[in-house]
Structure formats: structure tokens, C-alpha cells
Design a protein around this ligand. Structure first.
Ligand code: PLP
Ligand code: COI
Length: 341
């Protein structure tokens, strides 16, 4: 651990000291438990295994140059998890309990929070599963909510540098009135083949179009999409994409920077009009887009003309990172200090 090569960390699982767990039984939440086990004892007929009663979240803790450790908008992750729970009939975990467990697991694993200079962060992964036995398709009566953490580097190659993406028309990740708006494992299972296809073809990630008309930009497998033109930040409005907290924050920062913000359907052909575009998310941060290919239509939308991120994406990135690392004023109250050294 002392020899961990922080600067060359990829986005993957690294063992840490502790995770935190909380069981829901008999209609109420129990005490927070601290565990150093990496495994979960579970009934073989647990609903999470058979019927996908599984929800997760993703957020990060940042070791800041002022010595403090901050987390970013965890209230929003708690709210999205509650929305997911309503979507797949799981009991809602109160925001206060969510935050308490986030803070606890970060503090318990302080030695795994990468140093500021390395660009790596501590990824926080809340997981919520139905654990009681059912064979008929019904929600569980018992649940486990837990959080583990792992130090991570950039999700897409090179961090803040241009990557190429490909539109995959052969698969949908979610249906217009399906579970795309929830953070459930099934959406990611549905994305695995398209994701492999994209990687095998040398692209950073797959892009999905809306499942109904195959006409509008939806999102990537693990990040939202935005485009910039005429001093306007444009991002898809869709019933099948995950409401990204990073995207929500970027919309606000764009407005703060004097840009117009539009949330609307984005026809694929509009891609050729964008001056800049990016994929955004907790893992992706802002991952600027070089080009997006549509192999079936034999089209290539070249976004970056010089292979470099555009100036507005860079401004947004610097603002967002600055707030996360406490070097920019947090005027919207988005961060919480978890460790105050
Ligand atoms: N879209 C998908 C499918 C994701 O998995 C993620 C990651 O959480 C995002 C978008 C970005 O969301 P956020 O910015 O809240 O991390
Ligand atoms: C995130 O950005 O937090 C994600 O969850 C993306 C991916 C690793 C699923």
C-alpha cells in the first residue's frame, strides 16, 4: 500500500481496509456496521441475484491542497438512490444516513485517499441489494445497503484529453420507459456487448441513440453527453438516460460562465454543428470528444479540429475540479468537508 503508484492508477478495484454496512429488516434500518470483509454472505434465492433488485451509486472524495478531504454533492447521490429505490421497489435510505455512512467509510480509509498532486481520487461505491429469498417475482423483505471505497485514476484514457466514440445501433442500453433513469445493474449488463464492440474497434466508449426512433443522442455507457456551440451548452433531454450529477453541475457552471443552457433532444446530425463536445460523469469527469463515428451510416462527426479539448470545456473542467478540490469558491455549497486536517 505504501508503494501504491497513485499517478498511474487506472479505474479499478483496489482493496481498502473497511466497508460500512446497514441492514433493513422488519421494516426498519439497523445500526451502521463496520466490516473488513470483502465478501457478502447471501441467500442463493436473494432477489438481487435473480430479479435484479440492485442499485448502486458513484461519487468521489478529494484530497485537497488545503489538507482537507471533500466529497462532492453527496445529497444528490442520496436523492438519486432514493429515486432508483422507488423505481425498483426497494425501501428508501434517508439522506442523512447515506451521508453519515459516506463520511464514515472515507474516514476509516483515509490512508487510501490519493495525494492531491497525483490526480487520483477515492471512488465511493454505495451498493444496495435485496437479500431475502423469493422465487416468485416480488420485492425482497430484507435489504443490505453498503459502501466500499477504492482509489482510482481516470476512467477514460489520458484524463482530460480527446477520445473517440462510436454510435452502436445494434443494442439499446435501456427502453424509453425502462430503467435507464435509475442506476441499476441491469442497465450496465445491457451495455456490455456494445461496450466490448466499441473497445474492440479501438474507441473509448459506445454511444447510444434513443431506443424508439434511433434518431437522437442519448448517452454513453457510463457518462452523459454535452455539446457546445454559439456560446450554448446543449445536453440531451431523454427518458432513458441517467440524470448525471456532473452534468447537472456543469449546466449550472455553464450558466455561471454566461453560456445559454439547453436541455432538449439532439438529433444525431446536429453533431456536425458542435464546436466542442464531451462525455461527463463522476468517473469520466469531463472527457472531451475527438470524434463520434456512426459506422452503420458511414458517418464520422469530427468534433475537435485540432485533437485538443475546446476552450469552454477546459473552463468548465477547471471550474468543476476547482470546486471539488477547494481551490475555487464553492458558491453553490456543493462540497462537504469530511476530514478537516
Ligand atoms: N450515465 C451513466 C450511464 C452513468 O453510469 C453515469 C455514472 O454515474 C453517468 C451518466 C454520470 O452520472 P454522475 O455525473 O452522477 O456520475
Ligand atoms: C460513475 O461515473 O460513477 C459511474 O458509475 C460510471 C461507471 C463506473 C459505472
Amino acid at each position: 500500500m505504501e508503494t501504491m503508484d497513485w499517478s498511474n492508477l487506472g479505474f479499478g478495484y483496489n482493496k481498502t481496509d473497511y466497508n460500512v454496512r446497514c441492514y433493513y429488516r422488519n421494516g426498519k434500518w439497523g445500526e451502521i456496521e463496520v466490516s473488513s470483509e470483502e465478501t457478502i454472505p447471501m441467500h442463493m434465492a436473494a432477489t438481487c441475484l435473480h430479479y435484479g433488485q440492485e442499485a448502486f451509486e458513484g461519487l468521489k472524495a478529494y484530497r485537497c491542497p488545503d489538507g482537507k478531504v471533500r466529497v462532492f454533492r453527496s445529497d444528490e447521490n442520496a436523492a438519486r438512490l432514493q429515486s432508483t429505490c422507488r423505481g425498483i421497489l426497494m425501501p428508501e435510505l434517508p439522506t442523512e444516513r447515506f451521508n453519515e455512512m459516506v463520511d464514515k467509510v472515507v474516514r476509516l480509509n483515509e490512508r487510501f485517499i490519493p495525494p492531491y498532486e497525483t490526480g487520483a481520487t477515492l471512488y465511493i461505491r454505495p451498493l444496495f441489494i435485496g437479500i431475502s429469498a423469493q422465487v416468485g417475482v416480488h420485492p425482497a423483505t430484507e435489504y443490505l445497503f453498503m459502501i466500499f471505497v477504492t482509489p482510482v485514476g481516470p476512467y477514460f484514457k489520458g484524463g482530460f484529453s480527446c477520445n473517440d466514440y462510436v454510435i452502436i445501433r445494434e443494442f439499446d442500453r435501456s427502453a424509453p420507459l425502462g430503467t435507464g433513469i435509475y442506476k441499476v445493474g441491469g442497465n450496465y449488463a445491457a451495455s456490455l456487448r456494445a461496450n466490448k464492440m466499441a473497445h474492440d474497434l479501438g474507441y473509448a466508449c459506445e454511444f447510444y441513440l434513443d431506443a424508439k426512433e434511433k434518431k437522437y443522442m442519448d448517452e454513453c455507457g457510463a457518462a452523459n453527453f454535452f455539446g457546445i456551440k454559439n456560446n450554448t451548452y446543449v445536453t440531451p433531454k431523454s427518458t432513458s438516460i441517467l440524470p448525471s450529477i456532473t452534468n447537472k453541475s456543469l449546466m449550472q457552471l455553464a450558466e455561471d460562465l454566461g453560456l445559454k443552457v439547453e436541455r432538449r433532444q439532439i438529433p444525431e446530425d446536429e453533431l456536425e454543428t458542435f464546436e466542442e463536445a464531451g462525455a461527463c460523469g463522476t468517473a469520466a469527469v469531463i472527457s472531451p470528444i475527438g470524434k463520434i463515428d456512426d459506422l452503420e451510416l458511414k458517418k464520422s462527426f469530427q468534433i475537435s479540429k485540432n485533437g485538443k479539448p475546446g476552450p469552454i470545456s477546459e473552463k468548465l473542467y477547471n471550474k468543476l475540479r476547482g470546486i471539488q478540490y477547494g481551490t475555487e469558491p464553492d458558491v453553490h455549497g456543493w462540497t462537504r468537508v469530511v476530514i478537516d486536517n
